[in-house]
Design a protein around this ligand. Structure first.
Ligand SMILES: Nc1ncc2ncn(CCCCCNC(=O)c3cc(-c4ccc(F)cc4)cc(O)c3O)c2n1
Ligand SMILES: [Mg+2]
Length: 214
């Protein structure tokens, strides 16, 4: 019963990153993924685009779909204004267990609510479970064929408001063709593509930023 990749990533964070320093946690994970073992974090290149959009939105309430090891959770939560919070959904208990410890090591656990379960079940419960009115920002980074149904579910549950920003990872690789077609052709969204690369590689990938128009 050897260790898993997320467990080895966590061990690197606890060994090399400064406790309470989100930037050092981010740098340690990027170094681990670039020089030891590739992992599907949004990464440093797309991470800078994520940072700039989160800073621009300055969300009070952010939603992340697909926590994995918590790398993008730390990137988002470290930029939130005082009182701001990030709800992140992860359905894999092993990933969630690692993410909780990565988030705690970064010292931003008070800004994060990690919920275990599938997005399709949890999104309709956001209002009753967490007293969420609407989200200011949504980062989609979970199953690529769930981006479209979950965007529609967020609309139907009244969880988006005029100006809510949806930011989707991996719209080229692995790819989310149905989602892209929807947000780029729907009159309810203003969409823009940010060209980048698949984390830690030279393969093309990008982020799609879509503003909900209400
Ligand atoms: N419904 C629901 N609700 C909640 C949930 N929580 C987790 N999940 C399931 C998410 C499973 C992981 C999703 N992420 C990816 O698959 C992903 C893959 C690559 C990649 C891989 C290999 C390549 F060769 C190239 C690119 C790169 C990325 O940046 C990715 O984000 C959930 N689902
Ligand atoms: Mg991704």
């Amino acid at each position: 019963t050897g260790s898993t990749r997320p467990q080895r990533l966590l061990r690197a964070v606890q060994k090399k990153a400064t406790q309470g320093d989100p930037q050092s946690v981010i740098a340690t994970i990027d170094d681990f993924c670039r020089h030891s073992e590739w992992a599907m974090n949004v990464g440093d290149e797309k991470g800078l685009i994520l940072d700039s959009i989160v800073s621009e939105v300055n969300p009070s309430t952010a939603l992340e779909l697909g926590t994995y090891c918590g790398y993008s959770t730390v990137r988002i939560a470290r930029l939130l204004p005082p009182g701001g919070r990030c709800i992140t959904l992860e359905f894999n208990p092993a990933y969630a267990a690692v993410a909780r410890q990565v988030i705690a090591w970064a010292g931003i656990q008070d800004k994060v609510q990690l919920v275990e379960g599938p997005s399709g079940d949890l999104i309709p419960q956001m209002k009753e479970l967490f007293g969420v009115q609407t989200f200011d920002f949504v980062f989609l980074d979970h199953w690529k064929d769930r981006y479209l149904p979950d965007a529609k579910l967020l609309e139907e549950c009244g969880l988006l408001r005029e100006g809510t920003v949806l930011l989707a990872d991996n719209v080229i690789c692995p790819g989310t063709p149905e989602y892209l077609q929807y947000v780029r052709n729907s009159p309810r969204y203003e969409s823009r593509y940010f060209k980048s690369h698949l984390e830690y590689t030279k393969v093309e990938d990008g982020l799609e930023k879509s503003v909900f128009l209400g």
